[in-house]
Design a protein around this ligand. Structure first.
Ligand code: SAM
Length: 334
């Protein structure tokens, strides 16, 4: 079967079963989706008090899907379509998912930076949300053995991430907590994060961070960069989706100083402006290497403005530029 229609078929099953559960449980669709994800994984209807008719319909839907016929990427894409529908319904306006294209591109970058990697690999996503970015990266990894951690403060999103990872059979350890509190993860070889942008309301929690603001609330995205560096191994790479104005705010001098001391900036890749509501909301991918024995400053930082991901010729030209950069800086890699 053609991949698109395969994905659509699986989406329809996620969608219809989520609708049944959301109606029965009188919850928003997105919560019904998290419930159906768990049912799928456990091959059972876990909710109590459903009508016989709904149970029968769910049973039929679950039987009609044979996940073993799907690749992990197909499952991620089908689940992603259902999450998008749920997030669009507006029940939770603050919830955002990292777009597909960014996840796949980030996966490409992680692979390139770790192209010579051997042995066990530890990946950490400090704000994994729905798990879309994390599983897109996991699906593109070429390492044989990857252990990963996903953390998010939002209970619903982490349930979706958990279902998402289970459906794709990724053994991720998830933590539902504020990532700016002490973490229970092991030091990571790579940290990824589509950073939540804005103020961190917990001033007491920001104490102890070098990037804490001198006055008022600190920027959560600055503190998360510091936390990522802390929980990364020496020489680890960190990939952050950051606002384009990261180095322009009044707190930027402190951030610059911190980065100079602790890491080497490997690159800054601006995502296509067309992906965002306005230029003000536009983002880039910041790539760092934590200082350590095997770490070194690149000859030149990798700087590029990415074209629209659908612009094949433009993307090819940027890829060539990236390939040249990797060749030139290979000796700096792990
Ligand atoms: N990569 C995610 C995905 O693919 O769904 C989306 C990340 S979204 C841009 C930012 C996430 O940061 C949200 O899921 C939000 O709940 C989370 N977040 C915000 N503040 C946090 C904190 N202090 N600790 C942990 N997670 C936090």
């Amino acid at each position: 079967m053609e991949t698109i229609s395969k994905i659509e078929k699986l989406f329809t099953i996620f969608n219809e079963s989520a609708e049944i559960l959301s109606k029965e449980l009188e919850d928003p669709y997105i919560e019904g989706l998290a419930e159906t994800g768990e049912n799928f994984f456990h091959q059972a209807i876990l909710q109590e008090g459903l009508s016989e008719l709904s149970k029968k319909k769910l049973d039929q839907l679950y039987r009609s899907a044979n996940l073993s016929l799907y690749t992990k990427e197909e499952i991620r894409k089908a689940f992603q379509l259902a999450i998008l529908k749920g997030l669009k319904e507006g029940a939770h306006p603050n919830h955002q998912m990292t777009p597909d294209t960014v996840g796949i591109f980030m996966g490409y970058l992680v692979n390139k930076f770790f192209s010579d990697w051997e042995g066990r690999f530890v990946l950490l996503d400090l704000a994994c949300g729905t798990g879309n970015l994390l599983t897109a990266v996991l699906n593109s990894l070429e390492m044989e053995e990857a252990d990963s951690y996903g953390i998010d403060v939002d209970e619903l999103l982490i349930r979706l991430a958990y279902s998402n990872a289970n459906l794709q059979e990724h053994p991720v350890s998830f933590f539902n907590q504020d990532s700016l509190q002490p973490l229970f993860t092991e030091p990571a070889d790579a940290v990824i994060c589509d950073l939540p942008v804005g103020y961190y309301p917990d001033d007491a929690g920001a104490e102890g961070y070098e990037l804490k603001a001198d006055k008022g609330h600190s920027y959560a995205h600055h503190l998360l960069i510091e936390q990522g560096v802390k929980y990364a191994k020496p020489g680890a790479y960190l990939f952050f989706v950051v606002p384009n104005q990261l180095f322009e705010s009044e707190e930027a001098p402190k951030l610059n100083k911190f980065l100079k001391e602790k890491a080497f900036i490997q690159g800054l890749l601006q995502l296509p402006l067309t992906m965002f509501k306005s230029e003000q909301h536009a983002k880039s991918i910041l790539i760092l290497q934590k200082k350590g024995d095997r770490a070194a400053m690149p000859k030149n930082a990798l700087l590029a403005n990415l074209p629209k991901f659908s612009n094949k010729a433009g993307m090819q030209s940027v890829m060539n530029q990236l390939e040249d950069w990797f060749k030139e800086n290979k000796q700096n890699q792990v």
